[in-house]
Ligand binder design. Structure first.
Ligand code: NAD
Ligand code: ZN
Length: 351
C-alpha cells in the first residue's frame, strides 16, 4: 500500500510503498477514508520534544522507527478481519481509537490504554492514517461512524477525546463560571464545542492570532484574549471578571503555562495538554496557600471515544470547522498547520 511517511525528520513526507497488512487473530484492517491532521503529527515530523531544563526527548526515545506514516485521527472502512475479530462488519466505517496499549496491564484491562506505559499507538509506533490502510489490533478499538460526517468524526479519535478528558479534569464547574482555554487551534475549538455540549456558558479563549480568536468567538467563546506580550495573566483575569478555577492549556509552553497558572483563583486548576514544552516553576508553599493543582492530561480512553460519539449522535456537540484536503497534499497541509494557516482541523481524504 502507499503511505505518506516521515522518512527523515524535518524533510518532506515521501509517498512510499509499504507492506499491505494482512489481519491475523483479532486484527482488523481498515482502508483510510479520513484522517485529521493534529499538531502532534507536526511534532512527530520534527522528531523531538522540549522537556524543559535544556532537555529534549526524541522520537527514538519513544521507540519510533522511520519511515513511519503519521496520522492518528482515522476513520476507515473495514476491508479485512482476522478469524477472531468478531462484531465488525466488512464494508462498514469506524472511528479507530489510536492510543493502543499493551493489552494486559491494569490500565489496558480497564480500557485506559492512554495510561499504559507500553503503547503501540497508531500513527506513532505503527503506520497511521497517512497510509492507505491501518490495522486495529482488536474490534474493541473501533466505534461505528454511522451517519456522522466521516471527516468530523475522524477528529474525535484525538482532539475529541483529548478535550473531553481534559475538561473532565476541571469539572464540576458551574456553567456561568469561566473556563479558560489557551490556544484556539484544533484542540481549542474542539474544547469550545465540547463545553457548549455540556451547557457551559462562560468560555475565555486565548490565542496569539486574531483570526484564531475570531474563530473561537464564532465557535461560542464568550471572550477572546490576545496571548501575546506581557501581562497575559492579568488580561485573562480581566476578561474572566476575576481569577479563575480552571485553565486548560492547549499550547503549554513556558509562557502560556505561567500565564495560565498566574490567572488561577484559590482552589484553581491548570491542565497541561499541549506539548510546545518548557517548564513551570512553582512555589511549593504557594501551592498550599492557593490550594492550586497542575495536572497533565494525555489524550483519552476508548470509553471517552464512545462518550464523545454518543454526544455527537445526540446532536448536542456543535461541529468544529474542518477543511478537507486530498491526501496527496499531506505535505502542504503540514506546512499550513506549521504556519498557523488552518482554522480548526485539516482532514486528509481520499481524492
Ligand atoms: P493547532 O496548531 O491546531 O493550534 C495551536 C494554536 O495555538 C494555534 O491557534 C496557535 O495560534 C496557538 N498558539 C501558539 N502559541 C501560542 C501562545 N504562545 N499563546 C496563545 N496561543 C498560541 O494545534 P492542536 O492540534 O490544537 O494541538 C495543540 C497542542 O496539543 C500541540 O502541542 C499538540 O501536539 C498537543 N496535543 C496534545 C494532546 C494530549 O493528549 N495532551 C493531544 C493532542 C494534541
Ligand atoms: Zn492528536
Amino acid at each position: 500500500m502507499k503511505a505518506w511517511a516521515v522518512v527523515r525528520n524535518n524533510e518532506p513526507l515521501e509517498c512510499i510503498e509499504v507492506k499491505t497488512p494482512e489481519p491475523t487473530g483479532t486484527q482488523v484492517v481498515l482502508a483510510v477514508e479520513a484522517c485529521g491532521v493534529c499538531h502532534s503529527d507536526l511534532h512527530f515530523w520534527k522528531g523531538s520534544y522540549n522537556l524543559g531544563g535544556g532537555k529534549t526527548m526524541t522520537l527514538t526515545d519513544r521507540g519510533v522507527t522511520l519511515p513511519r506514516a503519521p496520522g492518528h485521527e482515522v476513520v476507515g472502512r473495514v476491508i479485512a478481519a482476522g478469524p477472531n475479530a468478531s462484531g465488525v462488519t466488512v464494508g462498514e466505517s469506524y472511528i479507530v481509537y489510536p492510543w493502543i496499549g499493551c493489552g494486559h496491564c491494569d490500565d489496558c484491562l480497564n480500557e485506559d490504554d492512554n495510561l499504559c506505559t507500553a503503547q503501540k499507538s497508531i500513527g506513532v509506533i505503527q503506520h497511521g492514517g497517512f497510509a492507505g490502510e491501518v490495522v486495529a489490533p482488536h474490534p474493541r478499538y473501533l466505534v461505528p461512524v454511522g451517519d456522522l460526517d466521516p471527516a468530523l468524526a475522524s477528529t474525535f479519535a484525538c482532539s475529541g477525546i483529548t478535550v473531553y478528558s481534559a475538561i473532565q479534569k476541571v469539572m464540576p464547574i458551574a456553567p456561568d463560571k469561566p473556563i479558560v482555554l489557551i490556544g484556539a487551534g484544533g484542540l481549542g475549538l474542539a474544547a469550545i464545542a465540547m463545553l457548549r455540549a455540556f451547557g457551559h456558558r462562560a468560555i475565555v479563549s486565548v490565542d496569539l492570532d486574531p483570526a484564531k480568536r475570531q474563530a473561537a468567538l464564532d465557535m461560542g467563546a464568550t471572550a477572546a484574549v490576545d496571548g501575546g506580550g506581557e501581562g497575559v495573566a492579568q488580561a485573562i483575569i480581566e476578561a474572566a471578571g476575576g481569577p479563575v478555577r480552571a485553565v486548560i492549556d492547549f499550547v503549554n509552553a513556558t509562557s502560556t503555562a505561567a500565564a495560565g497558572f498566574g490567572a488561577l483563583a484559590k482552589g484553581g486548576r491548570l491542565v497541561n495538554v499541549g506539548v510546545a514544552g518548557g517548564e513551570l516553576s512553582l512555589s511549593l508553599a504557594g501551592m498550599v496557600f492557593r490550594a492550586a493543582s497542575v495536572v497533565g492530561s494525555n489524550t483519552g480512553s476508548v470509553k471517552d471515544l464512545r462518550a464523545v460519539v454518543e454526544l455527537a449522535r445526540s446532536g448536542k456537540l456543535p461541529a468544529m470547522p474542518v477543511t478537507r484536503f486530498p491526501k496527496d497534499e499531506a505535505n502542504d497541509v503540514l506546512q499550513k498547520l506549521k504556519h498557523g494557516e488552518i482554522t480548526g482541523r485539516a482532514v486528509l481524504v481520499e481524492a
